[in-house]
Design a protein around this ligand. Structure first.
Ligand SMILES: [Zn+2]
Ligand SMILES: [Zn+2]
Length: 306
């Protein structure tokens, strides 16, 4: 099985620069491709990252500032041109559905594949998605408008059968396999219990997690949701010399992002959402490392294995 990974498609704040697009990321986790935010130019970045667009069935939008969603019309139109049939789920704050349909109305365009909008409105940490492999939660952030971060957590994997031992127990049928893979013992007709550890192979499967903290002021309260995550992306729009400005604009500094990483005891911190007033990106990393050593500035199209 391919390990979970993250690709940064864009990590600038509102103004794009020649090196950085606005915010967008693709997370691969257990056979799913999750698109997180969709700044302008996201579909071009997906092509560069060699991600097949039709593999994406779920898009998560943190908030409705343009640098986090202006790329969505392009993606939706391209899907239409490519003849998409699969349902596309869009998780976003209230308003995006109206924006999209208003846009379609004025361009006399249609979308014929199923579009499913899931409106996020909770101000509490909450599960918003689950399948057999992954759980996803919203993390309420502190910004100028309603904004969420997202926490992605792998779920417990099914165990592998010890097929040699399973075959020795004649009563076990193929229809019993799933229960055994889920960890159940097998009970024979005569009441004899065959322990699950005999029927399965012991394998250490670490469950990985990724957290995306979009635009936010310093909010240490979120650390309880971020405890021990393997990879944390946290915005750091400003260097710490602009701490006051960061607070007034609803953003964080690199030092503040590093403090969150340290308090939450995460494994690795990725910084991003740089303001274009700081052309030397390396300074963000340097500052953050003073507080949390395993800090790195996001690099476009680099693969970060979780
Ligand atoms: Zn932003
Ligand atoms: Zn914003």
């Amino acid at each position: 099985m391919i390990k979970s990974y993250l690709i940064i498609l864009g990590c600038n704040s509102s103004l794009p620069t020649k090196n950085f697009h606005p915010t967008s990321q693709i997370l691969y986790m257990r056979n799913n491709y999750f698109l997180i935010d969709c700044g302008e130019g996201t579909q071009v970045q997906l092509i560069k990252a060699k991600i097949k667009m039709n593999k994406i069935n779920n898009i998560f939008i943190s908030h409705l500032h343009g640098d986090h969603y202006f790329g969505i019309m392009g993606i939706l139109s391209t899907y239409q041109l490519l003849g998409r049939k699969n349902k596309l789920n869009i998780y976003s704050p209230k308003g995006l559905k109206n924006i999209i349909y208003e846009n379609l109305k004025w361009s006399k365009s249609k979308i014929t594949y199923p579009l499913n909008f899931i409106t996020l409105k909770s101000k509490k940490f909450k599960k918003i998605y689950k399948d057999e492999n992954v759980n996803i939660y919203i993390i309420p952030l502190k910004h100028k408008i309603y904004t969420n971060g997202f926490l992605f957590k792998e779920k417990k994997k099914l165990k592998n059968l010890n097929i040699k031992n399973v075959k020795k127990i004649k009563e076990i049928k193929i229809s019993d396999y799933l229960k055994i893979k889920k960890g159940k013992d097998f009970v024979k007709k005569n009441g004899e219990k065959i322990s699950n550890s005999y029927l399965t192979i012991k394998k250490k499967n670490k469950l990985l997690s990724y957290a995306f903290c979009s635009d936010t002021s310093f909010k240490p309260k979120i650390c309880k949701y971020l405890k021990n995550v393997d990879l944390l992306y946290h915005e750091s729009t400003f260097l710490h010399e602009k701490k006051k400005l960061a607070y007034n604009r609803g953003h964080s500094t690199s030092i503040q992002a590093a403090k969150i990483a340290k308090l939450a005891n995460v494994k690795k911190l990725l910084l991003g959402h740089y303001s274009c007033r700081f052309p030397n990106i390396g300074k963000f990393e340097k500052e953050a490392k003073k507080i949390f050593n395993n800090s790195e500035t996001s690099k476009i199209l680099k693969i970060y294995y979780i």
